[in-house]
Design a protein around this ligand. Structure first.
Ligand code: SF4
Ligand code: SF4
Length: 86
């Protein structure tokens, strides 16, 4: 997918944490944060590690996926065994 998180300039402190945790070196810092979308694997490490919450998804499909996961997978589910009565 040709998508990546974006940086909210108003809350970014240009600390460089996102670039240091990105596993594919998709993020570079040079006075501001730049992201090479083609290198992004959508791992969300930059989002999770940004100390100011400045890395976010704006892509509507990714926001819908995140909403679905939060609604359906945010609590632990115990294993269940399904069988056929004979
Ligand atoms: S980790 Fe957050 S605050 Fe730091 S440079 Fe990246 S986007 Fe900006
Ligand atoms: S989502 Fe992952 S791969 Fe994409 S820019 Fe952020 S840390 Fe890098």
């Amino acid at each position: 997918m040709a998508v990546s998180p974006v940086t909210k300039e108003d809350t970014c402190t240009v600390c460089g944490t996102c670039a240091s945790v990105c596993p594919t070196a998709a993020i570079s810092i040079n006075g501001s944060v730049a992201t090479k979308i083609e290198l992004c694997i959508c791992c969300c490490a930059c989002i999770k590690n940004c100390p100011t919450g400045a890395r976010v998804w704006e892509d509507s499909m990714m926001k819908n996926i995140a909403k679905w996961l939060n609604e359906n997978c945010s609590t632990r589910k115990e294993p269940q065994i399904f069988g056929i009565d004979v």
